[in-house]
Write a protein that binds this ligand. Structure first.
Ligand SMILES: Nc1nc2c(ncn2[C@@H]2O[C@H](COP(=O)(O)OP(=O)(O)OP(=O)(O)O)[C@@H](O)[C@H]2O)c(=O)[nH]1
Ligand SMILES: [Mg+2]
Length: 298
């Protein structure tokens, strides 16, 4: 039998914060690639995940949650990441919460309404609804107001309907050579993925205190055949926040770093030595130069 024609396309995953976009990307790729947490604004920049099925390559772009009133430079940059992802798409997967459609979902839809491409809506977290029939009026209402090619109720967390979504997304991709080798799942560097895994533990470990003002820069990444030594700088905005990150006698930082090290070892499949420092960078979330150093424009 002849091999199917080579097809390839880019698919943006968009939605308001915390609806499960990154969890969905990880479910599609079948591996933890994009960091997730129960707090909004976890994803700060575009995260690319690639799958190749039946000679069709799908390049999914996870994006930050769209914010209606971005206050600081960092939040404005997050919204710009969404617009720039939508600038070169072959399809859009919008993610919304299966339990409710709110005004900000309309605003997210308006961002791509005019783009001539396949549009799919994922009503995520449908595992939270015991009687699935309850969703029918909501689906009918959204169908009447928005032009989606398909609406798919799904659970990214439980991998419900993910194969249906992949099949639907790949259906109309253009005939084009593949952008990446067929076995590659992401173009991001190991350094970047490591910085994200550390940031994930900071977001999770810092409670409600200051997850959005803490970032991570990898200062050293030294590989030998059996081990990798990683030095990470953790940025906070004010001197007083250092103590919160470090905790009593260093206990909080130690436990967050140790959880991150386990994830990094899983990713790199090697023994990892991780050293961390906390540094104060005055108001870095509102400072374009500092944000550029973090490569948020990538
Ligand atoms: N019950 C349930 N929870 C989910 C599902 N998908 C994601 N979640 C949870 O929802 C929370 C947010 O998930 P994320 O994937 O980080 O959401 P996001 O849309 O990427 O968030 P931002 O990057 O902050 O915009 C996490 O606690 C996830 O575990 C799902 O299908 N069912
Ligand atoms: Mg996310």
């Amino acid at each position: 039998m002849n091999k199917p024609a080579s097809r390839c396309g880019t698919i943006a995953i968009v939605g308001r914060p915390n609806v499960g976009k990154s969890t969905l990307l990880n479910s599609i790729i079948g591996q933890k690639l994009s960091i997730t947490s129960r707090k909004p604004q976890t994803t700060w920049q575009q995260i690319l995940g690639v799958i190749t099925v039946n000679n069709a390559q799908m390049v999914f772009v996870d994006t930050p949650g769209w914010q209606s009133r971005p206050k600081r430079q960092i939040n404005r940059q997050m919204n710009r990441q969404i617009s720039s992802a939508l600038g070169y798409v072959d399809a859009v997967v919008m993610v919304a919460d299966a339990r409710e459609w709110i005004i900000n979902d309309d605003k997210v839809y308006a961002l791509f309404e005019e783009i001539p491409c396949r549009k799919i809506l994922v009503f995520n977290k449908h595992d939270r609804i015991s009687d699935k029939k309850q969703m029918l009026p909501l689906i009918a209402d959204v169908q009447a107001r928005c032009k989606f090619d398909e609406i798919i109720p799904a659970s990214a967390l439980r991998r419900d309907n993910i194969e249906v979504l992949i099949e639907s997304t790949g259906r109309e991709l253009p005939c084009r050579p593949h952008q990446f080798p067929d076995d590659q799942i992401t173009p991001h560097s190991q350094r970047f993925l490591v910085s994200e895994l550390i940031r994930e533990q900071l977001i999770r470990g810092l409670g409600e205190e200051l997850p959005y003002t803490v970032s991570v820069v990898i200062e050293a990444f030294r590989e030998s055949s059996a081990t990798i030594e990683i030095h990470a700088e953790i940025w906070v905005e004010r001197e007083g926040q250092k103590g919160i990150v470090i905790g009593a006698k260093g206990s909080r930082l130690k436990s967050m770093a140790s959880a991150a090290r386990v994830d990094i070892e899983n990713l790199l499949q090697r023994k990892v030595f991780l050293r961390t420092w906390v540094k104060t960078k005055n108001k870095w979330t509102d400072d374009l130069d500092a944000l550029n150093r973090l490569d948020l424009n990538r």
